[in-house]
Design a protein around this ligand. Structure first.
Ligand code: NAD
Length: 274
């Protein structure tokens, strides 16, 4: 089995429709183990409103139920990447449990400037909105890696993968504005880390640009049916589906490959058009 005796951290599962869930299931099918994190109320959250607390608690319950149903008794933990202490304590928890990781999937994005499928013009984006999106959707890749390495959880030769979108490079039929800039940063972080960690730890770092997908919570909150139809028509093979992505990430997670610093497309060929 391709991933026998290997363990991967899967971030970004909200429910069974999350892109990260397809990857986690494929890892288990390939003989690997997964540790999953979901957004919830951590001991480090402060001054949460009742509404925010209820949202986070429901998110964590949905996450746990989906993991149980789809992945059995995989280890689950709360991780809010906007709180550095939470990332650190999570890395320490893995270290205390003597868990060693062979890689992880970064499948986290957040942008409050897209509401009810309407995108705020970039010219009106506030500093807080810009920095929050950048922190959660891009910088978190650095901090997760940093704490996992510091606690000696992430092993030499590990493989890291994150999820991006064509809008990091091009203005498409669906301009994303603020989150596009964070995705561009995520891709640049991928390349810089690939150089830094490749030389130091033999760690590979890649990103994948995926087709628009409305099945997930994030996809459903941002995309319109017509967007998905447009890219489906423009892509030579039609839109890629979550299982295509799961296959590709599992391929990048294979031990002993020399693929790194890549920004790949799993998008039915959309990127060659337009
Ligand atoms: N759906 C699409 O069309 C599409 C296309 C290309 C790339 N992507 C990317 O794929 C990734 C996963 O998205 P998805 O479509 O599966 O949606 P999803 O809603 O299932 O996943 C997004 C995840 O981000 C998590 N998250 C948000 N803020 C967080 C925080 N502060 N700390 C920790 N986790 C946090 C959410 O809890 C959720 O699990 C994202 O990076 C997204 O940009 C999605």
């Amino acid at each position: 089995m391709m991933l026998a005796n290997k363990t991967f951290l899967i971030t970004g599962i909200a429910d069974e429709h999350s892109l990260a869930m397809y990857t986690a299931k494929e890892i288990v099918k390939n003989g690997g183990k997964v540790v999953c994190t979901g957004l919830g109320v951590s001991p480090y959250h402060q001054n949460l409103s009742d509404k925010a607390k209820a949202f986070l608690n429901k998110n964590f319950e949905d996450f746990k139920t989906s993991v149980k149903e789809s992945l059995g008794d995989a280890l689950v933990a709360i991780l809010d990447v906007s709180i550095d202490e939470n990332i650190e304590s999570f890395a320490k928890e893995l270290s205390d449990k003597n868990i060693k990781l062979d890689g992880f999937l970064h499948a986290i994005a957040m942008d409050k400037t897209i509401r009810k499928k309407e995108v705020k013009p970039l010219i009106d984006v506030t500093l807080n909105e810009f920095c929050d999106t950048m922190n959660v959707s891009a910088y978190s890749l650095i901090r997760i890696t940093h704490h996992l390495l510091n606690h000696k959880v992430l092993q030499d030769g590990a493989s890291i993968c994150s999820l991006s979108y064509i809008a990091a490079a091009k203005v498409t039929f669906h301009p994303y504005r603020n989150i596009s800039i964070a995705k561009a940063a995520l891709e640049r972080i991928t390349v810089e880390l690939a150089d830094e960690l490749g030389r130091k730890n033999g760690i590979r770092v890649n990103a994948i640009r995926f087709s628009p997908y409305m099945g997930s919570k994030a996809g459903n909150a941002t995309l319109k049916e017509e967007d998905v139809n447009t890219s489906n028509k423009m892509s030579p093979l039609g839109n890629a589906v979550p299982q295509d992505l799961a296959f590709e990430i599992n391929h990048l997670f294979r031990p002993e490959s020399r693929i790194t610093g890549e920004i790949r497309h799993v998008d039915g060929g959309y990127h060659i058009t337009g």
